[in-house]
Write a protein that binds this ligand. Structure first.
Ligand code: NDP
Length: 296
């Protein structure tokens, strides 16, 4: 079997094309969706991600404000910026690019973002709603992008066994909640660094989502014939055959394509979906700001 491609680029383009009309409707109400991205330090990968987000905003006609601080900026400076962005009425989404320098408390800074502007979906109020099974809040972009891609491919999730590799606040844990939510109805196992015999767990699963950060960890003999495999991992690995000396690798070995029914590529899988869902959250935040105004 050769896996069908869970093509994040195609699916993300569809999400974006659906946003065009919503953005134009906002425009007719005098609102331009507006996203602020705060980045601290000079981590090259983070700058690449922020660049992609800003370009997606430009493509769609979403206004973006890009705030850059040096690596030695203080946490207080970031706090003041978030406070001021929270107050700005014409701004609908705030994103603080992770990772922040180690002298900053990332969680407490995320907690400061006004939940209605938390387009990353990491605020406890938004994650808490997800735990309650309320899927109408701001959902974290990467796991909700995975769900959108599964639905785009027509993957049946009801009653299926799913294994999520990783339990981070950003990907693994919300991913497992979304897969187990009412209406999605998979039976989910979450694996982490202390899990015993992860290979065996995966080999019984209908759906495997890998979000670990270990290059090509998931091998073909981990995967049941025909299973759906989503590779969230983005890892830089040395590759002397490339001019730049490295390449991107996922958490799933490419040979898994010989076994799986569906497989998402890296790059071109979950990455573009994460950005598309960020755009969708920003548009949604703008729409909600209009209905709030109407009710005030
Ligand atoms: P974290 O480092 O926060 O979490 C990694 C998780 O993997 C942890 O829960 C850890 O367990 C678990 N883990 C580590 N080793 C194993 C193992 N041997 N078996 C099973 N689980 C293990 O990473 P993130 O969740 O932030 O990101 C995961 C990957 O996804 C990274 O490659 C990242 O670059 C990528 N990513 C991609 C995005 C995209 O848009 N495509 C967006 C965000 C992330 P424990 O909790 O016990 O430590």
């Amino acid at each position: 079997m050769v896996a069908k491609r869970l093509d994040g680029k195609v699916c993300a383009a569809q999400v974006e094309s659906e946003l065009v009309e919503r953005i134009s409707k906002c425009g007719s109400l005098g609102i331009t969706p507006h996203l602020a991205v705060v980045i601290v330090g000079d981590d090259p990968a983070s700058h690449v991600y922020v660049g992609s987000k800003v370009r997606a905003c430009e493509r769609l006609g979403i206004k973006s404000t890009h705030i850059e601080l040096p690596a030695d900026a203080t946490e207080q400076q970031v706090r003041e910026i978030i406070e001021s962005l929270n107050q700005q009425n014409d701004l609908h989404g705030i994103l603080v690019q992770s990772p922040l320098p180690s002298h900053m408390d990332e969680e407490s800074l995320t907690d400061m973002i006004e939940p209605s502007k938390d387009v990353d979906g990491f605020h406890p109020q938004n994650l808490g709603r997800l735990v309650q099974g309320r899927l109408d809040g701001m959902l974290p972009c990467t796991p909700s992008g995975v769900m959108r891609m599964l639905s785009w491919a027509g993957v049946d999730t009801e009653g299926k066994t799913a294994v999520v590799l990783g339990r981070s606040r950003i990907v693994g844990m919300p991913q497992s909640l979304l897969l187990g939510a009412k209406g999605v109805d998979s039976t989910v196992t979450v694996a982490h660094s202390r899990t015993k015999d992860t290979r065996k767990l995966c080999s019984n699963a209908d759906i495997v989502i890998a979000a670990v950060g270990i290059p090509e960890m998931v091998k073909p003999d981990w995967i049941k014939e025909g299973a759906v495999v989503v590779d969230v991992g983005i890892n830089r690995v040395d590759d002397s055959s490339r001019e730049r000396g490295w390449r991107l690798a996922g958490d799933v070995h490419p040979d898994v394509a010989q076994k799986a029914g569906w497989l998402s590529p890296v790059p071109g899988g979950v990455g573009p979906m994460t950005i598309a869902m960020l755009m969708e959250n920003t548009v949604r935040a703008a729409e909600l700001s209009v209905s709030e105004e109407e009710h005030s």
